[in-house]
Design a protein around this ligand. Structure first.
Ligand SMILES: *[C@@H]1O[C@H](CO)[C@@H](O)[C@H](O)[C@H]1NC(C)=O
Ligand SMILES: *[C@@H]1O[C@H](CO)[C@@H](O)[C@H](O)[C@H]1NC(C)=O
Ligand SMILES: *[C@@H]1O[C@H](CO)[C@@H](O)[C@H](O)[C@H]1NC(C)=O
Ligand SMILES: *[C@@H]1O[C@H](CO)[C@@H](O)[C@H](O)[C@H]1NC(C)=O
Ligand SMILES: *[C@@H]1O[C@H](CO)[C@@H](O)[C@H](O)[C@H]1NC(C)=O
Ligand SMILES: *[C@@H]1O[C@H](CO)[C@@H](O)[C@H](O)[C@H]1NC(C)=O
Ligand SMILES: *[C@@H]1O[C@H](CO)[C@@H](O)[C@H](O)[C@H]1NC(C)=O
Ligand SMILES: *[C@@H]1O[C@H](CO)[C@@H](O)[C@H](O)[C@H]1NC(C)=O
Ligand SMILES: *[C@@H]1O[C@H](CO)[C@@H](O)[C@H](O)[C@H]1NC(C)=O
Ligand SMILES: *[C@@H]1O[C@H](CO)[C@@H](O)[C@H](O)[C@H]1NC(C)=O
Length: 611
């Protein structure tokens, strides 16, 4: 077994030129000391304790305390210990037709035992992706985790007969998948009445970590409850109402469901023929990055790698962009939130609280409504996904959500080719260097759709900026990253009389700073690596026309060090502080979790708005 490869791989990322790696595939990895200490008491006996539960700090679902109207257990299986990649197919049974429901929740329970490889998994029904989730980094006792996700937006597929649910797990290590992955998938269906505004969530003890929990104050919003409910539950624009039809833009059903993109010339296309009654279309993109692009935002430029004669595949600088085209025309782009995998940078950071987005990777919506003029002519069109400047490999696919009218619509589109401005500055001397990448992309499209509800004009403007500054210092022993991804989208909707019927503004800001310093100790074999990560996911939404607004701010601040001997992490000391805040016009929710050396030392949930 070569558990060592995980850490090997990690250390190679920032320090490919400073650490001498003993890359014997047979070498084994000593787990960090505080993982060991959990397994044994002072006597010699091994204790059979259940695997620790890891979790992501996120918003509890408004349905968490409620009793579902009905539920469907689809999968209860274990697999693995076989080949490189693995998965299962099972038939999906819709809920009983007598069950009255309006909200759906996917419950994904997983347990992993085995080698300390990373892996990534996806869940699909007939090729429509519902969840992308990373595997937590197992301790010797294994690891378990639970993901509950509101999947109301996929409602139209849950009632269809004869469908297949697939779970696929991709091994990200470079050996056999010798671990055993146990997964249960169920769907919980709730009626409107059962759903409560998140204020009530506080009383529920549904989550783990009953430590030091304080409830400072609970604002009650009884009169606002009903008002807030719809706005919080329905994930707002663009899924105020679930689509009537969802078309997978993904690999063939009998192969893999995601497209494996190896380089920038790798263009993955799907032909779709959409119903001419479509009056609204949204492409929802799922994306994760692996292999040499796992930390694409820290890859040095090729000129630096060549000049220093470095042997690494982590190349091509730091610009990456997922491009979506229709019949070759660029209609939207995404620079994804850099989700740090549960073994990333310093694996000790992510126990038991994983990084932002690790268990429920964000998906990205591209509103194609203005482009219906290109699509709704009853002909085949090719929708293609690619990764600009990408290297091996990215796992990308998409769901095309379609809303249908009673009769055919007429649509026209007017748009300018998106403009892009990319600047690169590369300066280096030997192994010390400073690299800057800046991007500014502007997209503008206007579409008119004539449907039974009249003429509607939709104008979308989007501006994406990307700033990345990477410094390598002190003979390559220190790496410093400062990055900011910002996406600003404005949508104006007007009716046939030119009256405004919606004015939406959305902003996503993803700043990230990472510092990695390494220092050899006691001769060549032992290295002290000090790392820090400060990352934020800020997303705000407002509709000025209906005065709806909400803002999410989730930050993580991780600092610590690890001592690496040969291939083994022999010790370390880490802190992970996470702060989650969601504010909308009806209230706020905040949760603050502090982790020191793998122990949750504080976990506070508060429902007061900090003004
Ligand atoms: C160690 O754990 C075993 C099994 O749980 C228990 O029987 C034993 O008493 C423990 N010993 C000590 C010293 O705590
Ligand atoms: C502790 O475990 C080792 C290996 O299983 C065994 O050889 C040794 O006798 C044990 N010692 C005691 C005190 O039980
Ligand atoms: C559906 O629900 C009804 C009423 O609860 C029940 O009588 C019936 O047996 C259920 N059907 C199935 C297939 O579970
Ligand atoms: C899956 O469900 C079975 C049966 O309820 C349970 O024994 C098992 O622990 C569950 N597995 C996970 C990973 O939650
Ligand atoms: C994987 O399979 C091998 C051989 O069948 C077995 O020895 C090993 O214990 C299995 N690993 C796990 C984690 O179940
Ligand atoms: C489901 O499949 C079965 C057999 O494959 C078929 O008889 C049945 O008509 C199908 N039902 C639907 C709703 O397509
Ligand atoms: C899932 O089903 C497809 C065919 O429907 C098959 O090609 C694929 O190998 C199956 N995957 C697994 C993991 O069984
Ligand atoms: C559209 O594409 C599908 C599959 O890609 C093909 O079977 C079908 O014949 C095409 N239809 C037209 C009108 O080109
Ligand atoms: C992160 O945490 C460290 C100490 O743990 C603190 O000194 C630093 O100011 C924090 N940074 C941010 C941006 O919160
Ligand atoms: C380095 O560590 C490896 C594994 O821990 C060991 O086998 C090797 O002898 C060490 N080399 C030196 C020079 O200390």
């Amino acid at each position: 077994m070569n558990a060592g490869n995980l850490f090997l791989h990690l250390l190679l990322l920032p320090l490919f030129f400073t650490i001498t790696i003993q890359s014997s595939p047979k070498s084994s990895l000593s787990p960090p000391h505080f993982v060991n200490s959990l397994r044994q008491n002072s006597s010699n006996e091994t204790i059979d304790i259940p695997p620790p539960e890891y979790f992501e700090v996120t918003l509890p679902l408004p349905t968490d305390d409620a009793t579902p109207a009905c539920s469907v257990d689809v999968l209860c299986d274990s697999f693995g210990n076989t080949s490189d990649a693995t998965g299962v197919n099972v038939s999906y049974t819709p809920p009983n037709a007598t069950c009255q429901w309006s909200h759906a929740v996917l419950h994904y329970q997983a347990e992993y035992k085995g080698e300390q490889y990373g892996s990534i998994a996806g869940v699909w029904i007939d090729g429509v992706e519902l969840l992308r989730t990373s595997t937590a980094q197992p301790s010797d006792d294994g690891v378990m985790w639970n993901v509950r996700k509101d999947v109301t937006r996929y409602s139209s597929i849950f009632t269809r007969q004869n469908q297949t649910l697939s779970v696929k797990v991709e091994n990200l290590g470079n050996g056999e998948f010798t671990g055993v992955y146990q997964v249960n998938v169920s769907f919980l269906f709730y009626s409107d009445e059962a759903v409560r505004f998140p204020v009530s969530v506080v009383s529920g003890e549904s989550e783990a970590q009953p430590l030091n929990r304080k409830l400072i104050s609970v604002k009650t919003h009884e009169n606002k409850d009903k008002l807030g409910l719809d706005r919080v539950l329905n994930s707002l624009y663009p899924y105020e109402k679930p689509a009537d039809l969802i078309v997978p833009i993904s690999g063939a059903l009998d192969e893999e469901h995601w497209f494996r993109i190896h380089d920038e010339s790798d263009v993955q296309t799907t032909n779709v023929q959409i119903c001419p009654a479509t009056y609204k279309a949204v492409l929802e993109l799922y994306v994760s990055f692996h292999g040499d692009d796992e930390f694409w935002y820290m890859n040095p430029p090729d000129s630096y790698i060549q000049a220093n004669n470095l042997h690494t595949g982590k190349t091509h600088g730091t610009y990456r962009e997922v491009l979506v085209t229709i019949d070759g025309k660029l209609v939207g782009t995404v620079i994804p939130f850099p989700v740090i995998p549960p073994n990333g940078i310093n694996p000790l950071f992510w126990k038991p609280v994983v990084s932002i987005g690790a268990f429920d990777l964000p998906s990205y919506d591209i509103d194609l409504t203005p482009f219906l003029g290109l699509l709704s002519d009853n002909k085949n069109h090719s929708i293609a996904l690619q990764v600009a400047n990408g290297i091996s490999y990215w796992l990308v696919d998409a769901n095309l959500h379609l809303w249908l009218d009673d009769s055919n619509v007429q649509a026209i589109v007017k748009y300018d080719d998106p403009s892009v401005d990319i600047k690169n500055e590369v300066e280096f001397k030997g192994l010390d260097g400073e690299f800057e990448t800046e991007l500014e992309r502007k997209t503008k499209a206007t579409g008119w759709v004539q449907s039974t509800s009249g003429l509607r004009k939709t104008k979308i403007t989007q501006e994406i900026t990307f700033e990345n500054k990477l410094k390598i210092k002190y003979g390559g022993t220190t790496k410093e990253l400062e990055q900011k991804i910002k996406t600003k989208t404005k949508i104006k909707m007007t009716n046939g009389k030119g009256e405004s019927i919606g004015k939406i503004e959305m902003e996503k800001v993803y700043p990230l700073t990472i510092t990695i310093q390494s220092q050899p100790l006691y001769g060549k074999n032992t290295t002290l690596t000090t790392t820090s990560i400060v990352q934020r996911r800020s997303e705000s939404f407002s509709n000025k026309k209906s005065s709806i607004s909400r803002a999410l701010k989730h930050t993580q601040n991780c600092t610590g060090s690890m001592l690496v001997n040969g291939n083994s992490v022999i010790g370390g000391s880490v802190e992970n502080h996470q702060n989650y805040e969601l504010t909308n016009e009806a209230g706020c929710y905040s949760r603050k979790v502090d982790v020191v050396d793998g122990e949750v030392v504080a976990d506070e949930r508060v429902l007061v708005c900090v003004d």
